[in-house]
Design a protein. Structure first.
Length: 95
């Protein structure tokens, strides 16, 4: 019997494949967007990892992970601290 390949095109489809709720899917998507903003904020800031660590209070290993796009082990609150340390302003709009 051939194994069925699962392909997700969005967070809701991925959640269904993984057996997660729609709320968990929304949180996954939200974190992915915040992660992308954090990576971009670091790149655009021109600041070194050490400068961001100093201004954010976030561990160097976490800032380096975010800079390299490895945000799975980084919480959303730390992502916000990193973004704020770069001087990037966020506008949150509920949809």
């Amino acid at each position: 019997m051939k194994k069925k390949k699962n392909l997700a095109h969005n967070a809701a489809e991925l959640a269904e494949i993984l057996g997660l709720t729609l709320v968990e899917a929304a949180l996954m998507e939200y974190k992915a967007k915040i992660s992308s903003i954090a990576v971009e904020a670091i790149e655009n800031s021109g600041m070194s990892v050490n400068e961001i660590v100093k201004h954010s209070g976030v561990a160097r290993s976490k800032v380096s992970a975010v800079k390299n796009g490895a945000t799975v082990s980084v919480s959303i609150d730390l992502l916000f601290k990193i973004i704020a340390a770069t001087g990037t302003k966020l506008k949150v709009v509920a949809a």
